[in-house]
Design a protein around this ligand. Structure first.
Ligand code: NAD
Length: 478
């Protein structure tokens, strides 16, 4: 079993503590005890990372795509071989059940494999020319060194989506992974390094997030910015990137509606939804949050779903019986309490949960709310926790209007056996991703991204690779 230690930055192929002496504590969310100290990067370390990424890009873009793919595939194999150790670290620092940590690391391996292959298919095209003897070509080139900012809810996959796509395209990257959960990203970076990624191609920094983004984004070395996190921070970083004309991918928050129609099998659907809602304690940008239930199944669905939430075993992620771990940090407890109290003051009813569990660690009860008016904060702000809000509807158009009315547009879901209804809602739901009768999104091969305030650009799919490439037009005569 791995211990939790040796946290470091990774610059130009070497683990380093840097010279600043600045650091922060990493806490175990199941106890809030200190796990380790994390060294911070300041300007000198960031300058070294920038120089390394500049050098790394010049080296890596010359490596042909078949060789790049071999290195990435080896990194994926190392992730699989090291899954138990990295998963243990991930659960210690983030709180999710060990099984979810393992699934996340194996997903990281799958993402890396997929981008390894997709990099070999970064085809350009030939455009017929108007003049004899002219050949018009579009060549896909790597955009350049990337600054990536990844969050603490999926410390491995959120980082891998940026790293694997950037590397497959031929870019280098400086990734700032989350200060709350730094150990598992370090484990992943070691896999890439040990697989043969040249020095300087991947650099990992930690520190004060605003200091790092405000230093890296304006640097002329950085050509692309990719951020996953909250809407307000995303808007701030997007405007900073715009001032310096940097390409950007923004994966921001959501407040996913799920429409459940009268014709579903209530028991089966609610069981699936409890599992999805409690995954990662609801700290998932595509977690279903606003449940719009059609009139005839409303009572039965609320009762069945509430029973499922009540019987979800909450505990330490290292305990094999645990189905939902603690929230990742104390800020989430405060957020849950504030939003639930506001909903209650406005007439909302708590069917189950609603409270912190104990006074050690960040445990929170799986919560079901009913009778919450649209004016309540929780109907408008992303809860990012284990809370489901049950709303009643009669007609499809009414449900669609309420589902679409927020500024978010990340994921939406619908459950119905009727094909016409399914097509109608899939067309009408205003979000970057819609699934019908299941929750199957966020796979390596499909685009993942939002509309409206949920951001722009995609991670995953061929769109996820194109995000790290630029099309160069070359026209040749003779
Ligand atoms: P936050 O807004 O302070 O931070 C969100 C993320 O952005 C963190 O990873 C943080 O390190 C990073 N960040 C913050 N300021 C930054 C800056 N100036 N430059 C670069 N990075 C910066 O909120 P939080 O309390 O850490 O998280 C809560 C909220 O964040 C949630 O309500 C949710 O909306 C959002 N979130 C979204 C995702 C996602 O997958 N889209 C993941 C984690 C958090």
């Amino acid at each position: 079993m791995s211990t939790y230690e040796n946290l470091s930055l990774f610059i130009d192929g070497k683990m380093t503590s840097g010279d600043s002496g600045a650091s922060s504590d990493v806490l175990n969310p199941s106890t809030n005890a200190v796990l380790a100290k994390l060294p911070h990067a300041k300007k000198p370390e960031l300058d070294r990372a920038l120089a390394a990424a500049d050098k790394g890009f010049k080296v890596w873009k010359q490596v042909n795509v078949f060789e790049r793919a071999k290195v990435l595939r080896k990194a994926a194999d190392l992730m699989r071989a090291r899954v138990d150790d990295i998963a243990h670290v991930l659960t210690l620092e983030q709180g999710k059940p060990l099984m979810e940590s393992k699934v996340e690391i194996l997903a990281g391996a799958d993402i890396t494999d997929w981008f390894a292959d997709e990099g070999r298919r970064a085809y350009g095209r030939i455009i017929p020319a108007r003049a004899d003897g002219v050949r018009n070509m579009v060549i896909m080139e790597p955009v350049g060194p990337v600054a990536g900012f990844s969050p603490w809810n999926f410390p491995v996959t959120q980082a891998v989506r940026k790293i694997a796509a950037a590397l497959a395209a031929g870019c280098s990257i400086i990734v700032k992974c989350p200060e709350e959960t730094p150990g598992s990203p370090i484990g992943i970076i070691r896999c890439f390094h040990d697989a043969g990624v040249p020095d300087g191609v991947i650099n990992l920094v930690y520190g004060v997030p605003a200091e790092i983004s405000e230093y890296l984004i304006p640097s002329p070395i950085i050509r692309k910015v990719s951020f996953t996190g909250s809407v307000p921070v995303g808007k701030h970083l997007a405007s900073l990137a715009a001032q310096h004309m940097k390409r950007t991918t923004m994966e921001l928050g959501g407040h996913a509606p799920v429409l459940v129609f009268n014709d579903v099998d209530v028991e089966a659907v609610s069981k699936m939804m409890v599992a999805t809602k409690t995954r990662n304690a609801g700290q998932v940008c595509v977690s279903p949050t606003r449940f719009f239930l059609q009139d005839k199944i409303y009572d039965k669905f609320v009762a069945t779903f509430t029973d499922g939430m009540k019987s979800t075993k909450v505990g330490d992620g290292l305990d094999p019986a645990t189905r939902m771990g603690p929230l990742a940090n104390p800020r989430r407890i405060t957020a849950m309490q504030t939003l639930i109290q506001d909903a209650q003051e406005k007439g909302g009813k708590v069917q189950t949960g609603g409270k912190r569990i104990g006074n050690q660690g960040n445990y929170f009860e799986p919560t079901v709310l009913t009778d919450v008016p649209d004016s309540a904060r929780i109907m408008n702000e992303e809860p990012f926790g284990p809370v489901a809000i049950m709303c009643r509807f009669k007609e499809t158009d009414e449900a669609l209007e309420r589902a679409n009315k927020l500024p978010y547009g990340l994921a939406s879901y619908a459950f119905t056996k009727d094909g016409k209804t399914a097509t109608k809602v899939a067309d009408a739901l205003d979000s970057g991703m819609v699934t019908i009768n299941h929750f199957g999104l966020a796979l390596p091969e499909v685009p993942f991204g939002g509309t409206k305030d949920s951001g722009y650009g995609h991670e995953g799919g061929l769109e996820g690779l194109n995000a790290y490439m630029v099309a160069k037009f070359v026209s040749q005569m003779g």
